[in-house]
Structures are given as structure tokens and as C-alpha cells.
Design a protein around this ligand. Sequence first.
Ligand code: ABU
Length: 497
Amino acid sequence: KFNGYKEEANFESLPIKERHELFIRKCVDILIKEAVFEATNRNNKVLNFRNPEDLKKLFHFELNDSPSTHEELFELIQDTIKYSVKTGHPYFVNQLFSSLDPYGLVGQWLTDALNPSVYTYEVSPVFTLMEETVLREMRKIVGFANGEGDGIFCPGGSLANGYAISCARHKMFPEVKTKGLHSLPRLVLFTSEDAHYSIKKMASFQGLGADNVYAIKTDSCGKMDPRDLEIQIKRCIEEGASPFLVSATAGTTVLGAFDPLNELADICEKYHLWLHVDAAWGGGALMSKKYRHLLSGIERADSITWNPHKLLTAPQQCSTLLLKQEGLLADAHGTNAAYLFQKDKFYDVKYDTGDKHIQCGRRADVLKFWYMWKAKGTNGLVQHIEKVFENAAHFTELIRNRPGFELVHPTPECTNICFWYIPKSLRNEKSSKDYKERLHRVAPAMKEKMMKEGTMMVTYQSQKGNPNFFRIVFQNSGLNKQDMEHLVEEFERLGAN
Ligand code: ABU
């Protein structure tokens, strides 16, 4: 029943400390075997899907008055692994994160073993200085002079985008901090129609209102149209509202498009607007001389969201906000809680960084990324990025002229590739009236089949009136050309009819 994970015969007679040690060692054995190696083995499934009602019956979710035995706890670990999606599996190409980096994993485990909260230097001396080091290095890579500026680790890219909105607003209207929204004119921000939904969400959350996020047209690649941006800024001014921020995207969520940052920066300078770049997804390309041109002009941004848990495959979560102006985060969000951020401490209190954040307790998301970076060196990160871009290009060429595949855009810029799979039964039906409707139903049906069989995971969506199409995402540099061929053939197998 317990797959060999039993307690020792003399377990009950051992002192509690030894019992805990044995328990932890056995759990780590299970994790290494089942959550790391078996979970990333190509011969095993990506997932073992069960409908919620069935999973409720199969899994002991309920909480009890009496304690569970260690053997029951081992079984719960195994069941958690069994029914979870193996996001480190090479064929989990569903999301803008994947892969299982051994150094990142150890960094994550070390973080959890030390259980820090990064608000004060007194509680998190090492993590505070690690954050300072990593954020400065990232700002250097972005191209901010000498890596100067400010930055924070955030719980996800959406929150990082929210911080950017808050800083931009504070810079223009510092009185908002004390007087609130009543003191302000109607503020408007601009982002492309393909931008991440968090921009709207954060505008609502901060009381600006989703209607005051003006959606700017994109071209056929998904890039923001600078001419439409200027038209919308002028419209906003004519309406008597106050434009304050443009949020550009470097690597859109679906198509992977990079907005023309230099042109947008020119417009922001002309109208004195804050330029934010949401490079949560595409920021990793900055590591490579070969691909950083995609983000040309990013050094002109006032703020940047960059998530190392995406293209750079740090374990979830690892999101950053980088700012050009030092001190703005603390000015906008600091409240000087006297019980935590005492000004009369014996060390330099500039290292008590917690008041820049809107949260109090905060995980040390830096360690896993710093540790990976140490393990691979910057050169290793560059090689990783170049490999995933090569993989994406290889996959694109494999499907470009292959019967049944049709690219949504012929030259994807990032490593997310969007395409339709057209089953044989539909291949000669393009002119029929209900073609789009029938094609729209293909991706959900194939997705259901792939989830139930557990052989791979690739997401789909419709966008701008297009019928549902697949978006496959490459950021695991452990994948090779055979994997690309396997994935293509798997689409053909699942779509056969
Ligand atoms: N920013 C979250 C992206 C989610 C995804 O499409 O993978």
C-alpha cells in the first residue's frame, strides 16, 4: 500500500528529533525519486487527469481530529505527486513557465528550510544583499547606467505591473498617497489590446477604473501601433483627462510580440508620460546579444517587469520590478511601521527594504534565482536563452509547410508559437460557411484528448475573432530536436480523424 515507504521497525522507540529526521529524509527520497526524476522522465505522463468529483474520492483531502501516521503522510505526498501536473516534464509546454532546474530547486528548498521573510536586514541579512546584487545586475543587463535605480521582487508579474502603475501615479501626483483618488483628475493609461490582462486588473484595483485603460491597436504581429497610441493620447487630452502612463509589452502572452519600444519611448518623452515595459515573458531575451535587439529601447523605460520564472526557468515564483528612479517605491508605499522599521537600529537601516512593498511578510524568491545564476554563470543563462530560441525556430520550421499545420503569424518573435492544427476532414473545407466554427472546436477537443491521455500539455485560445488556435511555449532548454519532432507527431496523432 505504501510503495515501500514504511517507518523503521524501532521507529516508535526513537526520540522525537530522530523520528523527525527520519521522516524528513524519507520525504526527500520520495521527492527526489517521484517529484523530480520520474516527473521529468519522457517515458512517463505529464499528468494523470481526474475530474474534480473523481479526484475528491481518490484523494484524502479531508482534515481529521486525530493525527495521520507517517506512513499515511508518505502516501499523501505520493498522491499529491501522482495527481499533480508535472510542470518540469519536457512535454509540459502549456504555460509561460516550465522546466525543473536542479539548482533552482535546491535554492527553493533552501529558502523553505530557512523560512525567511525579507522585510528587514535583521531578519534576512543574506537575502537582502542577494536581492540588492541580483536587481542591480538585472538593471545593468537592461541598460540602466551602472545598474543604478531601484527594484523589488514581487509575487508575480501582475503585481509588478501594479507597482509600476502605482509608482507612475505617485511620481505625477504624490498627494494621492494621503488624499486618495479624490485629489486627482481622471487618469488614463495606455496599453495594447494584446497586453496582459493584469494592466486592466491593476487599474481597477487601484481605483483608476478599467475604462481608463485605453487599448491601443496592434498590427498583425501583435505589436502596439505607435500612431494609434498618439491618437489615443490626444483624444484623452481633448477629453480633459490626464494621460500618465504607457505600458508596453516585450513578449505578449499569446503571440509573443515585442512592442516597438524606441518609438513608444519617443512618444512618452513628447507627452511626459511614464514608460513601463511589461517584459515579464520576453525579458529573458536581454541575456543574449543575439536576441536582445527585440527589446531595443528598453533602457529608456521608467519601469520594467521581468519574471525570471518565465524564460529563465527559475522556479515559481520569481518576478521583479526594476525602476530607474531610486526611492520612489518607498515614497509611494512606505508607512514607517515603528515596530518593524525602527530608525534607531544599530545598522544602516537603508537595508530594511520591506517598506517599499505593499505586503509585509515576503518570501525570499531571490535565492533560487541567485543560486541558479551562480551555478550556471551568466554564460550559462545566455546559452539557455539561445537554445530555447533555436528550439522555437526549429519547431516553427517543422510545422511551416507540414500538412495540417498553419501558423497564426509566419514569423513568431519569441518562443511561444501559435498555430492551428487542421484535421484531414477539414483540410479541403476552407471555403465552407461553417469552416471557422468547426475549426474553433478542434483545439478544445484535442486538448481534452491530450489531457485525458496525459501525453503532453499545450494551451489554446481564440484571439481577435480568430478561431481557437494552439500556443506551444518553449522555455525548457533540455528539449532537443527529437522532442520537437515528437511534439509535432503527437499533434498529428491526437488530431487524426
Ligand atoms: N502571466 C501569466 C501567463 C500565463 C500563461 O499564459 O502562461
